[in-house]
Design a binder for this molecule. Structure first.
Ligand code: NAD
Ligand code: WQD
Length: 331
């Protein structure tokens, strides 16, 4: 299939482009490079040893997106493009609502215009809010604590309503848990701008000596050791989940958790990182981070049952691959 990958130069999108190419699909990337670099396109082609087509465009512009559909027969879209920094979304809500929601609506409209019925959307476990773990797809969504999370819940709702009104549509809403790690080549991975917000890139930068020590946000949660519990998933497993979702799309709207189903605490992750890489990660315990929940992990059984997909890579490989990328990566 010819797949349009929006946000394909980003962290999850780039790994997914490789998985798509390896599965025999053709890839057209649309990315405005607001949070990625052009060199990523060359790296994707080098790793997969295949060509991709690249459009440097903003996918919230219908005019720009139309050009792709005039030039190519697109069979399906995987829509990653979006802004994703939770804290920034609180400071600049309009940027987040505009970018993330308008781009979803533009793509849905272009799909209608050109008769493209297959769409896979990047959602997030954040839409479950503070539900009881494990999170199951059938749960009512609870309000999230930030505009970023709201853009995911609203985009899910928009795509669901469109699919209900157009029975030929096949839409998959993928709720990712905590993607970490990097491609085994060490050539691509997560390279956040500035000081990282997320745990794994913070840990790798401490290990590298770029940051002095990890600050662990709270050790008084009702969890195994008091630190926050999350469902970390290797980004390559996540990428393969997208190929499975795309290849198993059926009419209607389908929601899938993409996680491992296993919760890991912050201290357990630090210990695994030290063990996997034989390197020390100094840390201190500080206050809880506002907006954090105690535990977040998936019931991952639906994706296994319906897509035949399950995460294969363990926490040690996530830590090894994240560290391998960090060591090689130069800003
Ligand atoms: P990323 O920032 O690395 O990738 C997003 C890409 O989209 C970037 O290359 C950016 O330049 C591009 N982009 C943003 N707005 C655009 C626009 N209007 N037009 C064209 N390109 C645009 O982020 P990621 O971690 O790869 O996340 C991909 C998707 O998955 C996002 O929608 C994100 O919200 C979602 N998600 C991410 C996580 C996570 O922890 N990384 C978890 C759950 C969901
Ligand atoms: C993980 C755990 C922290 C940093 C975020 C978004 C979510 C999704 C994924 C997009 C928590 C602790 C972290 C640090 C720490 N993104 N921590 N010290 O918050 O689960 O999810 O990214 O959809 O929407 O909210 O991920 O990696 O920030 O935190 O102790 O320096 O690590 O408190 O328990 P989070 P995270």
């Amino acid at each position: 299939m010819n797949i349009l990958v929006t946000g394909g130069a980003g962290y999850i999108g780039s790994h997914t482009c490789i998985a798509l190419l390896e599965a025999g699909h053709s890839v057209i990337i649309a990315d405005n490079l607001c949070n990625s670099k052009r060199e990523m396109i060359g790296k994707i082609m080098d790793i997969a040893d295949k060509e991709v087509t690249f459009y440097e465009i903003d996918v919230s512009s219908a005019e720009a997106v139309n050009i792709i559909f005039e030039n190519y027969k697109v069979d399906g879209i995987i829509h990653f493009a979006g802004l994703k920094a939770v804290g920034e979304s609180v400071e600049k809500p309009l940027n987040y609502y505009y970018n993330n929601i308008v781009s979803t609506m533009v793509l849905a409209k272009v799909c209608q215009k050109y008769g493209v019925n297959r769409l896979v959307f990047s959602s997030s476990a954040t839409v479950y809010g503070n539900n009881k773990v494990p999170f199951v797809e059938t749960m009512d969504l609870l309000p999230t604590t930030n505009p970023y999370g709201e853009t995911k819940a609203i985009s899910e709702r928009i795509l669901t309503d469109i699919a209900i009104a157009n029975p030929a549509y096949s839409v998959s809403l993928l709720r990712y848990f905590n993607p970490v790690g990097a491609h085994e080549s060490g050539l691509i991975g997560e390279a956040p701008n500035g000081i990282p917000n997320n745990l794994m890139p913070y840990v790798t930068q401490v290990a590298k000596g770029k940051l002095e020590k990890l600050r662990i946000f709270g050790n008084d949660y009702p969890t195994v050791d008091g630190t926050g519990v999350r469902d970390y998933i290797h980004v390559v497993d996540l990428a393969e989940g997208h190929v499975a979702a795309l290849e198993n799309l059926t009419e209607g709207v389908h929601v899938y958790n993409l996680g491992t189903g296993k919760g890991t605490s912050v201290l357990e992750l630090v210990k695994a990182f030290e063990e996997a890489n034989a390197i020390e990660v100094p840390y201190e315990i500080v206050d809880r981070r506002p907006g954090d929940i105690a535990s977040c992990y998936a019931d991952a059984s639906k994706a296994k049952r319906e897509l035949g997909w399950t995460a294969k890579r363990d926490l040690l490989s996530m830590c090894r691959d994240a560290w391998q990328f960090e060591k090689k990566y130069k800003e």
